[in-house]
Design a protein around this ligand. Structure first.
Ligand code: SF4
Length: 392
């Protein structure tokens, strides 16, 4: 548990000025008054839904504070869930039991696989290597188009799960000859304590840590995480707060802050933008997004435009037309971003890496088959331009 800082003091002070402490759902909606007309699908707290006692896979939260005695305020992500004893968080995996905030998923993954690192997607970090990948249930968002909603929108006991504590994750990753451990599939931030402890051990064992995330995390826990990260892929779901609220159930600014923090800490990261027809397929918005990336982060971070597939609550939308993805790739490169990819479309030229100096193809990707003959160390074999990334 953390000591309260000034910002939290002001926040909790504002709560105390309310008639009574409202549940978090009403805070979410009351602070969005400037956009009251926008449909807002952000999640709400599950009242009186916590187990009565903690269980085998419980771990006290590391970023929270108490208000009014036994209420907890989680400080891990911008949702800042306020829980009374017996309540469960927006992300479904954190509960207030007798005035303490607990994660329920420490050592309790529901998905474990060995994936090619390209699947994350990470194209400029140790290409062609296997990533031992884990997830628990839970997510801070409510994306209408979620690809993994069966686990992201589930409570821990509602899915098949297993036991794998941090030491076992690292041992299993080494046994599988993985080069990295990816915290992925659902939302890694909500299993922060499990991820952090695993990541520290992994780093000590020579493995890289990959954070695959919606980027919805507060600066303090993110700064601590940066110390153990090898790379990250963060979704920039839209360059519009309105779309974040109505498509994802989040807000834009904290995600932009996440990119700035990763950049400041010199963590290698790549950006994924899923192009959802009718929501995020807007040329002007993409142009603005590229402008922000260039002015704030520079031209070198890889940007992936991914194809939407009909899923979950948007199962009646068509897949993104290939022509839209091609147009966005061209637009982003014309704006000045050097490495722009197209995801989920086999045989598209946007799967490959081309030197930003001479334009020659350096890495060819066919599915998860990689030919990196155009690279010489971290340089273009032809013109010797240094290619941004980690290429061992
Ligand atoms: S991590 Fe979960 S409990 Fe904490 S603020 Fe975010 S949604 Fe709420």
């Amino acid at each position: 548990m953390h000591n309260i800082n000034r910002r939290t003091f002001l926040y909790t002070g504002a709560l105390l000025c309310c008639n009574s402490i409202p549940d978090f759902g009403s805070i979410l909606f009351s602070d969005g008054c400037a956009e009251a007309s926008v449909t807002d699908i952000r999640g709400t707290v599950f009242k009186r839904d916590a187990p009565e006692t903690i269980w085998k896979w419980s771990c006290e939260g590391r970023y929270y504070t108490n208000i009014l005695g036994d209420k907890t305020v989680c400080l891990l992500c911008p949702n800042k869930c306020v829980l009374s004893p017996g309540d469960r968080s927006v992300c479904r995996v954190r509960v207030n039991v007798k005035g303490k905030l607990y994660s329920l998923v420490y050592g309790n993954p529901c998905a474990v696989n060995v994936d090619p690192i390209e699947k994350k997607p990470l194209y400029h970090f140790k290409p062609g290597t296997p990533a031992f990948s884990i997830a628990t249930t839970g997510c801070s968002f409510r994306c209408l188009n979620c690809q993994n909603w069966e686990i992201s929108q589930a409570k821990p006991h509602e899915v098949r799960y297993m036991e794998m504590f941090p030491e076992q994750v690292v041992q299993n990753a080494l046994r599988a000859k993985a080069v990295s451990i990816a915290y992925t599939y659902s939302e890694a931030t909500v299993f922060y304590e499990y991820m952090m402890d695993t990541a520290k051990l992994a780093k000590d064992s020579g493995l890289s840590n990959l954070w695959i995330s919606n980027g919805y995390i507060n600066p303090e826990p993110l700064a601590a995480l940066c110390g153990v990260l090898g790379a990250a892929n963060v979704n920039l779901k839209a360059f519009s707060d309105e779309i974040y609220r109505k498509l994802n159930g989040g807000t834009l600014e904290p995600v932009l802050n996440t990119f700035k923090t990763l950049h400041e800490h010199k963590v290698h990261f790549e950006i994924t933008n899923l192009v959802v027809p009718g929501y995020t397929d807007d040329d002007e918005m993409v142009k603005k997004m590229c402008g922000w990336i260039l002015s704030t982060l520079g031209p070198d971070y890889p940007l992936h435009f991914s194809r939407f597939a009909p899923k979950y609550k948007l199962d009646r939308l068509p897949p993104t037309p290939v022509s839209t993805l091609t147009r966005f790739r061209n637009l982003a490169m014309k704006e000045g971003i050097r490495y722009v990819y197209v995801g989920n479309i086999p045989d598209h030229e946007g799967n490959h890496t081309y030197c930003h100096g001479c334009g020659k193809r350096l890495i060819e990707r066919k599915g998860f088959f990689i030919n990196r003959d155009g690279l010489d160390g971290d340089q273009c074999r032809y013109c010797k331009t240094r290619i941004p990334g980690v290429w061992i």
